[in-house]
Design a protein around this ligand. Structure first.
Ligand code: FAD
Length: 337
C-alpha cells in the first residue's frame, strides 16, 4: 500500500472538494469552506479547495472569495462533465502528491460516489454523512460524528493511523463561509495524466429533471406535512400556506412512502437536513428520524391533534387541532398581513 501507516507526519492542510457544474459551485461547498476555515484556523493549517473541470477560472475566483488560501485546479476537456473514473483518478493522484491532512466532500450524489473510491485507493478510512466535526489542535485528529443505528445514537469516529482523514458532510448542517468582495488565493495547477481510455463512461446528453425539485436546504420558510394530512390533497392545502409565506413544502417520510409527494420534499435523516427561519410541521408526530433533519430550525410551529405528540417537545409554538381547520385559518390570517 502506498500510505505508510507510521508516517502520517507528512500530511498537512485541510482540503475541500469544490463540486461545481457549469461554473457554479454547489451550495454545500460554501458550508464545507466555513467548516474547513474553522478547522484550518484551529490547527494552523491552510484551507485549500480542489476543483476539477474545463475553464474553471470563475470558480477559482469564487473559491478565493470564500476565504480559500490555496486552490488546487485540474483543467481538461476530459473533466468538463463529472465522470466517476476521471474525477477519482485525478483526486487520488493529487492526494498522493500533495498529502492533505483532511479532505471534506459534500454528501451529495457526486461526493458519495467519489469519496469511498478515493479512500480505498489511498488506503485510508472514510466517515460518511457527518453532521459534526471537531479537531484536536495538537495532533490534528478529526472527531467525525454521524447518526448511526437508524438515527438512535450519534457515533463519533476517528481515523488514528491513516491519512488523509476523510469525511462526507451532510448538506445544510455546517455554517456557511463568509464571502469577501475582493480576495485572492494561491493557485496550484494539478498536473494530470488522464487519457480517454481511463474513462469507462461517456456523457452523451445532460437532461434536466422534469420534476419541480424543491430547494429545501436554502428555504427560509418550510411548511411540512405528514401522515396526519390524511391524503395527498392535504399537500395542496399546505402549498397555499407555503405560497402565502413565500416558503416551500416539506414532508415526513411517512407521507413520501404513502406516495403523496415526491421524495425530494422529504425532511429528516434519510431526506434533507434543513435550518429555515420558520418550520411549520403539520400532522407530523415528531419521530427521531424526522427531528434529526429539522430541529435546528430557528422557530418551529407544530400543528397536531394529539397534545402528547413528540413534535411538541421541540416546538416553539404548538397548536393542538385538526390540520384541516388550522392550516386554512393560518393561511387566511397570514394573507391579511
Ligand atoms: P405518523 O408518525 O403516523 O404521525 C402522524 C401524526 O399526525 C400523529 O402525530 C397524529 O397525531 C397526527 N394527526 C393525525 N391526523 C391529524 C389531523 N387531522 N390533524 C392534525 N394532526 C393529525 N421519517 C422522516 O420524516 N424523515 C426521514 O428522513 C426518516 N428517515 C428514517 C430512517 C430510518 C432508518 C427509519 C427507520 C425511519 C425513518 N423515518 C423518517 C420514519 C420515522 O420513523 C417516522 O415513521 C415518520 O417520520 C412518521 O411520519 P409522520 O409523523 O408523518 O407519521
Amino acid at each position: 500500500m502506498e500510505n505508510n501507516v507510521n508516517d502520517i507526519s507528512q500530511y498537512k492542510d485541510v482540503w475541500v472538494f469544490a463540486e461545481q457544474r457549469n461554473g457554479h459551485i454547489s451550495p454545500v461547498v460554501v458550508e464545507l469552506l466555513g467548516e474547513g476555515r474553522r478547522i484550518a484556523d484551529e490547527t494552523g493549517s491552510n484551507l485549500c479547495a480542489v476543483v476539477l473541470g474545463n475553464n474553471t477560472g470563475s470558480v477559482v475566483d469564487e473559491l478565493a472569495r470564500y476565504g480559500t488560501d490555496i486552490v488546487y485546479s485540474a483543467e481538461s476537456p476530459l473533466l468538463e462533465n463529472f465522470t466517476t473514473d476521471a474525477y477519482t483518478k485525478v483526486i487520488t493522484d493529487a492526494i498522493r502528491e500533495y498529502k492533505p491532512e483532511i479532505v471534506l466532500y459534500g454528501a451529495t450524489h457526486v461526493g458519495r460516489d467519489l469519496a469511498p473510491r478515493i479512500a480505498a485507493r489511498v488506503n485510508t478510512g472514510l466517515t460518511a454523512d457527518c453532521t459534526k466535526l471537531e479537531v484536536d489542535p495538537t495532533d490534528k485528529k478529526l472527531k467525525q460524528t454521524r447518526p448511526a443505528f437508524g438515527g438512535n445514537l450519534m457515533a463519533t469516529i476517528i481515523c488514528p493511523n491513516h491519512r488523509p482523514q476523510m469525511s462526507t458532510v451532510r448538506p445544510g448542517v455546517m455554517e456557511r463561509a463568509k464571502r469577501y468582495e475582493t480576495a485572492s488565493a494561491n493557485v496550484v495547477n494539478i498536473e494530470i495524466s488522464l487519457t480517454p481510455s481511463d474513462i469507462r463512461t461517456k456523457v452523451i446528453e445532460i437532461v434536466k429533471s422534469r420534476l419541480n425539485l424543491v430547494s429545501l436546504g436554502e428555504a427560509e420558510v418550510i411548511v411540512s406535512g405528514g401522515k396526519g394530512l390524511g391524503n395527498p390533497e392535504g399537500f395542496t392545502m399546505l402549498r397555499k400556506l407555503a405560497d402565502t409565506l413565500g416558503g416551500v413544502v416539506g414532508a415526513s417520510r411517512a407521507a413520501v412512502d404513502a406516495g403523496w409527494i415526491d421524495h425530494s420534499h422529504q425532511v429528516g435523516q434519510t431526506g434533507t437536513t434543513v435550518k429555515p427561519r420558520i418550520y411549520i410541521a403539520c400532522g407530523i408526530s415528531g419521530a427521531i428520524q424526522h427531528l434529526a433533519g429539522m430541529s435546528d430550525s430557528d422557530i418551529i410551529i407544530a400543528v397536531n391533534k394529539n397534545p402528547d405528540a413528540p413534535i411538541f417537545n421541540v416546538a416553539d409554538y404548538g397548536i393542538v387541532g385538526d390540520v384541516n381547520e388550522v392550516v386554512p385559518a393560518l393561511t387566511d390570517a397570514f394573507a391579511e398581513f
